[in-house]
Ligand binder design. Structure first.
Ligand SMILES: C[S@@+](CC[C@H](N)C(=O)[O-])C[C@H]1O[C@@H](n2cnc3c(N)ncnc32)[C@H](O)[C@@H]1O
Length: 301
């Protein structure tokens, strides 16, 4: 029997971040560039950023990419009225190669709210879903399979490296034990509870849930997010026309570090922003997820 879709296009709700900075940056392109120019939205998600751009610039065309089939479906629906100017493609941005050069690229990294908010996607430790975490649930290894496959030491290193979790050894030992015992069938909330148990009692009730870092590490590993970003940083400047702009919004320091160094060291581009642009308090109060967003922009020489 075909599976029911977990997110319908009508409930794909995601608030786009740093819109004002993005729109201001795009407005710096010349009229010539904006006239029928191509913008590549490498992480189209629910189509929020793209819809703003299509609305504001009636001449531009957009190619939108996403590795999540649900996001593809949602953005196609949201951008239906612009369909003659939009081409949406399901792919990892690191595997893409455009036929035409673009005047701007946007990559708004990480996960979208609907991915986090649907228990069955397995990203959230506050909801009880299967331990999945794949951005594309048709491809690759789930978080449960990853934990079962790795040796305890490899798992501890991964949690330390991608989650900056100082209790990585203790947590790796515990979650290997539980996953083996349950033969990989464990729910996210139950795993989060076990991770919290690795913390001393006083540290279990801080501002950040004790499972946050471990869940971040597993998600990054399952989706090979940093590998994709590194590859993207190598190929994206070649997708741009001269003077074209590359915008990258990252959500944690591992991503931001890669972007910062690539923008500084790549001879094909020059930095537009030396320091990352961050959300104003007004945006953070409306959308707490924007708190950790960092936008860096560079220009193709
Ligand atoms: C933060 S959301 C983008 C939201 C979008 N900018 C908007 O305004 O609606 C990030 C999206 O990027 C996608 N994504 C993450 N890594 C990707 C990759 N390597 N290739 C393609 N899509 C990716 C995710 O599936 C998710 O839909």
């Amino acid at each position: 029997m075909p599976k029911e879709p977990l997110i319908t296009t009508s409930n794909f709700q995601h608030i786009s971040v740093l819109n004002d900075y993005l729109l201001e940056s795009i407005s710096n392109l010349s009229t010539n560039q904006l006239n029928q120019g191509l913008i590549i939205d490498a992480t189209i998600g629910g189509g929020g950023h793209s819809s703003l751009l299509l609305e504001k610039y009636p001449q531009i065309k957009i190619i939108g990419l996403d590795r999540d089939p649900t996001a593809i479906e949602a953005s196609k629906k949201r951008l239906l009225r612009f369909s003659d100017r939009v081409n949406i493609i399901e792919t990892n941005f690191s595997d893409f190669s455009p036929k035409e050069k673009a005047v701007a690229i946007i990559a708004d990294l990480g996960v979208s709210s609907p991915q986090l908010d649907i228990a069955e996607r397995g990203f959230s430790f506050q909801l009880n879903g299967p331990l999945d975490m794949r951005m594309n649930q048709e491809k690759g290894e789930t978080a449960a399979e990853l934990i079962l496959r790795l040796e305890e030491e490899e798992l501890a290193n991964l949690i330390y490296l991608y989650g900056n979790e100082r209790l990585s050894r203790k947590i790796a030992k515990k979650i290997k034990y539980i996953l083996n015992k349950e033969e990989g069938v464990i729910k996210t909330k139950d795993l989060a509870y076990s991770i919290a148990g690795c913390y001393p009692p006083k540290a279990r009730y801080g501002r950040i849930h004790p499972a946050t870092r471990t869940f971040q590490a597993l998600r990054i590993a399952v989706n090979q997010e940093l590998d994709s970003l590194e590859k993207f940083l190598k190929i994206a400047p070649d997708w741009l026309k001269s003077e074209g702009l590359l915008h990258i919004i990252s959500f944690h320091s591992l991503e931001d570090r890669l972007v910062k160094h690539a923008f500084k060291d790549d001879s094909r581009i020059q930095r537009v922003t030396r320091k990352p642009l961050i959300a104003h308090t007004g945006e953070i109060s409306k959308n707490p997820r924007s708190r950790s967003a960092k936008l860096r922009i560079c220009r193709k020489k």
